[in-house]
Write a protein that binds this ligand. Structure first.
Ligand SMILES: Nc1nc2c(c(=O)[nH]1)N[C@H]1C(S)=C(S)[C@@H](COP(=O)(O)O)O[C@H]1N2
Ligand SMILES: [Mo]
Length: 247
């Protein structure tokens, strides 16, 4: 029987490509076997998780970008923040981090920004192309010192559904994706209230309901089970929407 080492040092071994060599490892064979049960679509989703969402040009931008879900959070706290133009607003980053952060809007706006023109797709059947500006989420997570135990990033919002705040969550692949930003401006102006002022998430490889608006707290967790209904988001808990809403 040929051993892996035998193949590596044998005469023909030098001609073997990386894949042939990988095929010899039990771990890789196991991976192939377990993935046979997955559909092609699921495999493609897994393989392409780091790919970029398409970016558009200024000419493609929608003349009207409608608002959906909450357009004005109706809590006294939000009314107060709005009245003082978010002067005392703080974005908290906490949970499984070494150094919890509490950032004013001024501090958030002083971080280097990414600008991207992307298409937003809502499950209710509408899409719009808009331009978003804000720091990458990864920058904040790095500044906070994300723990190696963290597996998900939860976004707690200032608007409520019933008695609970709107919330959403993503995994670390999406959290560190280059197009995952905390947008504080849209289409060249400060983010308006209907679109999530003062800060909303853009996670461009996923559907509209994942794009959390009115964010006040970003929490790193090991499991989603203990956050609200346990399914990772307001619509996941209430309407059985998929947690991973990849597009
Ligand atoms: N906090 C919060 N975030 C939210 C929602 C919401 O109601 N509250 N609605 C979601 C849905 S379903 C969509 S399609 C988008 C709409 O974003 P827009 O209002 O900027 O178009 O926000 C998402 N994020
Ligand atoms: Mo949506």
């Amino acid at each position: 029987m040929l051993t892996r080492r035998g193949l590596m040092v044998g005469g023909g071994a030098l001609l073997l490509g990386g894949c042939d060599r990988l095929n010899q490892s039990a771990g890789f064979r196991e991976l192939l076997r377990s993935s046979e049960g997955l559909t092609m679509r699921a495999q493609r989703l897994i393989m392409n998780r780091n790919a970029l969402a398409r970016e558009f040009s200024e000419a493609d931008m929608s003349p009207v970008f409608r608002s959906n879900g909450t357009a004005m959070p109706d809590t006294p706290d939000y009314a107060r923040l709005l009245a003082e133009r978010f002067e005392s607003y703080r974005l908290r980053v906490d949970g499984l981090v070494a150094r919890p952060l509490s950032l004013s809007l001024g501090q958030l706006r002083s971080l280097p920004i990414r600008t991207q023109i992307t298409r937003h797709d809502c499950v209710e059947g509408w899409s719009a192309i808009g331009k978003w500006h804000g720091p990458r989420l990864s920058r904040l997570l790095e500044a906070a010192g994300l723990s190696s135990r963290a597996k998900y990033i939860v976004f707690h919002c200032m608007d409520r559904y019933g008695s609970e705040p709107y919330y959403e969550s993503i995994d670390l692949i999406d959290a560190f994706h280059p197009q995952t930003i905390l947008a504080w401006a849209m289409n060249g102006a400060l983010l308006g209230v209907p679109h999530g002022a003062p800060v909303r998430l853009r996670v461009e490889r996923q559907l509209g309901y994942k794009q959390a608006k009115y964010i006040e707290r970003i929490e790193a967790v090991e499991s989603l089970a203990s956050v609200q209904g346990g399914k990772g988001g307001t619509w996941e808990d209430r309407a059985d929407y998929e947690w991973y809403a990849g597009i």
